[in-house]
Write a protein that binds this ligand. Structure first.
Ligand SMILES: Nc1ncnc2c1ncn2[C@@H]1O[C@H](COP(=O)(O)OS(=O)(=O)O)[C@@H](OP(=O)(O)O)[C@H]1O
Length: 296
């Protein structure tokens, strides 16, 4: 009974400055906020379900000059420590990052206001990937269905309301995307879109390569495009989360590498939901210049 209650407590999200986060992250909050970034750190930043794993594999392939074997050295979650990850007794994201040699590549879903301040103080490089809200919501819904350590999403109709109100892990998609977009010219931020990577992966991979200060030839770039395709990454145990126990990610409910497309929202949103969403989107995103593709 006590164990069940404790587990239930861990499934609840708890807020830091109004942003819902996993309880274990909140328990570890002072370690996260005191994280010491270094000037040559590169931080991959995303709202959940926006193509984090995809960009991580792209970045690692670039870093390893297209050497597939080197990218097989560890699961993707361990190659780039997840700063706010905390799940004792495993090492936390901060502990993994502290144990890593420089130059480090790290990742986070944190909104700008919750980022450990040392990232700003050290003028680190940030690589932000945004995904259109509708596909992001669909992907997050299926992820919460299969993720046994996040709250149950309920029905699609219920989740639609939860997502719009920002009562999901890492908070409101609208605020997250808007805030990172607004500061993009004040820091070293490369801002990319999931839909652009899908449409023209080679072109976007080249942008990442330049941002990382690397220079790879055409054949290597072509190989990176191929190796980071959805189909390849779905079969790759180092990227498809197949090593994560079923008690955490139950892929029989929904695979982690689910569809990897632009426009899957059309198979989920009713006409009424779509109209309502578009209206809410207009209100919440008023005044921002960011533009998303919702189909290709
Ligand atoms: N290579 C490649 N190409 C296209 N799409 C890809 C790729 N790799 C991952 N994905 C899709 O990205 C979604 C998962 O997002 P994240 O990696 O950000 O998830 S997480 O927040 O880290 O849990 C999830 O999207 P959905 O399929 O729509 O659910 C993944 O399938």
């Amino acid at each position: 009974m006590a164990l069940a209650a404790a587990l239930e407590g861990q499934l609840q999200l708890r807020e830091v400055s109004g942003i819902p986060l996993q309880a274990s992250t909140v328990d570890n909050w002072s370690q996260i906020q005191n994280f010491e970034a270094k000037p040559d750190d590169l931080l991959i930043c995303t709202y959940p379900k926006s193509g984090t794993t995809w960009i991580q594999e792209i970045v690692d392939m670039i870093e390893q000059n297209g050497d597939v074997e080197k990218c097989q050295r560890a699961i993707i979650q361990h190659r780039h420590p997840f700063i706010e990850w905390a799940r004792p007794p495993q090492p936390s994201g901060v502990e993994r990052a502290n144990a890593m040699p420089s130059p480090r590549i790290l990742r986070t879903h944190l909104p700008t206001q919750l980022l450990p301040p040392s990232f700003w103080e050290n003028n680190c490089k940030f690589l932000y990937v945004a995904r259109n809200a509708k596909d992001c919501m669909v992907s997050y819904y299926h992820f919460q269905r299969m993720n046994q350590i996040l709250p149950d999403p309920g029905t699609w109709e219920e989740y639609f309301e939860t997502f719009i109100s920002g009562k999901v892990g890492w908070g409101s998609w609208f605020d997250h995307v808007k805030e990172w977009w607004e500061i993009k010219d004040r820091y070293q931020i490369l801002f990319l879109f999931y839909e652009d990577i899908k449409r023209d992966p080679k072109y976007e991979i080249q942008k990442v390569m330049k941002f990382m200060g690397k220079n790879l030839d055409e054949t290597v770039l072509d190989k990176i495009v191929q190796e980071t395709s959805f189909e390849k990454m779905k079969e790759n145990p180092m990227t498809n989360r197949s090593t994560v126990p079923k008690s955490i990610l139950d892929q029989s409910i929904s695979p982690f590498m689910r569809k990897g497309t632009v426009g899957d929202w059309k198979d989920h949103f009713t006409v009424a939901q779509n109209e309502r969403f578009d209206e809410i989107y207009r209100q919440k995103m008023k005044g921002t210049s960011i533009k998303f593709l919702t189909e290709l």
